[in-house]
Ligand binder design. Sequence first.
Ligand SMILES: *Cc1c(COP(=O)(O)O)cnc(C)c1O
Length: 410
Amino acid sequence: MVLAERRAELTSPRRIDDDPDLLTRARERLRPSLRRVLNGTGVVIHTNLGRAPLAQAAIAAVAAAAFGYSNLELNLDAGVRGSRDEHVRALLVELTGAEDALVVNNGAGATLLAIAALAREQGIAVSRGQIIEIGGGFRMPDVLTLAGVPLIEVGTTNRTRLADYERAISERGVTTILRVHQSNFRMFGFVEEVPIERLCSLGVPVIDDLGSGALGKGLQVLADEPLVHRSVAAGAALVCFSGDKLLGGPQAGILVGGSDAIEACRRHPLVRALRIGRLPLAGLEATLALYRDPQRAIREVPVLAMLSYDPLTLADRAERLAAACGGKVVQTVARVGGGALPLLELHGPAVAIGDPDRDPTVLANALRTGDPVLVPRISDGRVLVDPRTLADDEIEVAAAAICRALQAAT
Ligand SMILES: *Cc1c(COP(=O)(O)O)cnc(C)c1O
C-alpha cells in the first residue's frame, strides 16, 4: 500500500510529499487510530479522553462478555427470550430505591427517551434557568423539538418559584415537568429554584435530568451534586443520569423511577434505537455491583478514588515522577471535568517539566504525538503533568514518555 503510494508519487508530475521514510509511514498506517492515552491533565472526567476509566472488576466483566457468546437476551432459568436491561435492573433498584430501572446507550439518550415517553402535546414545563446546553451541541430546546414536545418556559433565568409551575399546570394544561441539573455551571446571588421534593408535590410526573449520576452516599467531594436516591425518594417519575460521569462506569444512560413511567419508556419505539451494547452493559453491571459497599466503590471505582486521594499518595507519585524525568513538583488545582462540579477545586501537586523560558506548546505537542501519548496541562506558560489522573503503574511509563519528548523537543 505504502510502496504503491510512493511509486505513484514518484511518477506523478506533481510531487505531493517528498519524505521517503516509507517505514515510518507504513508504521503509522498500521497503528490503530483509537489508542491508549496517559491523562496528565488532572481533569478526572475528561470527555475528549474517554471520560471514566473503568474499575478492574468492570474491565474483567467487559473482557468476559467480549470473549464469546453471552446470555444477553436469554433468560437462563426459563429458557425463553429475556431482556438485556434485566442484568442491571435489580442492582439499580437496590442501589437507588426506585421501583424499576432501564438502561440505554448514553445520558443524552436517556433524557430524550424520558421526554418522548412521558410528555404530552400540551407541553413540558422547564424553568428558564434550566434551558441549558450540556456540551457537544446538546441543547434542551432542540431535544424537546426532536421529541415533538412543546417547551413551556416558566419563571426567569435566575428565579423560578413553585407558583410559576402551578400556573403552567392550571393555565396552560402542562402535564409534565422537566428539571435539568445545571451540571456545568452555577448561578449565584439573587437566585431561587424549587427543590425536587416540592416539584414532585404538584401532582404531575416530574422528569429529573441529573446528568452526573452521583450514587455514592458519604463521599464528601460529591456533596454539591444532587444524589440519585434523593430524587427517587422525592417521587420523581423518572430520574436520568450518565454511566460514565461521576458513576465512573462505561458510557450508558440510566433511567430509574416509578414502574409505570419506566414501562412507558420500555414500550417507546425509541428504546430500540438507543439500545446499549453488551460490552458497556457488562461493565456497568460490574461497576454498579461495587456500589453495594460504598467504601469499596470509593477504593475501586477510579473516578471516585481520584476525587478522594489522600495528599500523601499524590505527593509520593509526584515525587517519583519528578525524580524520574527531572521535573519540579509544584502545587496546583485539578478539576473534575465532564460537566460536573464546575466549582470544585482539587488541590494537589503536579510536576512542571521542560524549560520555563520556552514555548510550552512545543513540548506539549511532542508529548501528544509520542508513543505512548501523554496529554499534559499547560498552566501559566508551563507544561504540567498531574499525577491525580495517572494510575500508580503509569508513573514510570509517563516518566519515560516525558524523557523522550524532552529530547525530541530540544
Ligand atoms: C451530561 C449530561 C447529559 C448527557 O449525558 P451523556 O452521558 O453525556 O450523554 C444530559 N443531561 C445533563 C444534565 C448532563 O449533565
